[in-house]
Design a protein around this ligand. Structure first.
Ligand SMILES: [Zn+2]
Ligand SMILES: [Zn+2]
Length: 243
């Protein structure tokens, strides 16, 4: 089993899912900071289905609730309230508990009712993950395929937890909110590490706001903009709480 090929495959899958998460789930759906053409949306939905099994409307609801109650007891995953490790390690459980509370998803994702494709495919998480794992096994062989899937799962969950835990605990706070900026985290999370900027300007499609900040998710958005596959909501950035 060539380990380099396995690691490379895992890194590729993780980055594809990280970019689909930040650009589609977060910027397109949760904040409506840009719109994408239906074919592009379908690609994002498919990537998320086979690499994460996440139901977009559930992710969006938890995230909107996070913005509505940031770092208060109603925040689904605040390290300020619950402690750093409770979020870094327990993020998946916090997420599950929130989507199963019988209120959050209905209340915060009213605009995202399930469509025919959701009912037939995307709402069946295990079907998508089975396709994703089967694909890796066909390409890499059984052992390497399962290992790549395992590495991807651990890294994807750790990166998403870090955005919620590290991104509200350690790092720079150029704007007046409790979220933080960490460029190292932004590099591995498609730009999500610039979380203080994001809380200051939640409807901005671009997370890098100052010199020296890099937002890899914005590179993908730029590509979609230049190929006329997307449109951003605000050309001009309006900051909620200027420094
Ligand atoms: Zn946050
Ligand atoms: Zn957000």
């Amino acid at each position: 089993m060539p380990i380099a090929r396995t690691l490379l495959a895992a890194a590729f899958v993780t980055q594809a899912s990280v970019l689909a998460t930040t650009v589609y789930l977060h910027r397109v759906l949760a904040h409506r900071s840009l719109t994408v053409r239906p074919a592009v949306a379908l690609v994002f939905r498919s990537v998320l289905w086979v690499t994460t099994g996440i139901a977009p409307r559930a992710w969006v609801a938890v995230h909107r609730k996070h913005h509505a109650f940031s770092d208060t007891p109603q925040d689904p995953h605040s390290p300020v309230v619950l402690g750093f490790w409770a979020v870094q390690v327990g993020n998946v459980k916090l997420y599950r508990d929130t989507i199963r509370d019988g209120v959050t998803v209905t209340k915060y994702s009213r605009d995202l009712p399930p469509d025919r494709l959701d009912r037939a495919l995307f709402d069946h998480a295990f079907g998508g993950l089975a396709i994703g794992i089967a694909f890796l096994i066909v390409v890499l062989g059984p052992l390497a395929g399962l290992l790549a899937a395992g590495i991807h799962t651990v890294v994807y969950l750790a990166v998403n937890s870090a955005v919620n835990a590290v991104g509200h605990t350690y790092g720079r706070r150029p704007y007046d909110n409790l979220a933080t900026n960490n460029q190292w985290l932004a590099w591995i999370s498609g730009g999500e590490g610039l979380h203080n900027n994001h809380h200051a300007a939640p409807t901005s499609a671009r997370f890098a706001l100052a010199r020296g900040e890099t937002d890899p998710g914005w590179w993908l958005i730029r590509l979609l903009l230049t190929t006329k596959q997307a449109e951003v909501r605000h050309e001009e950035l309006k900051l909620k709480q200027p420094a």
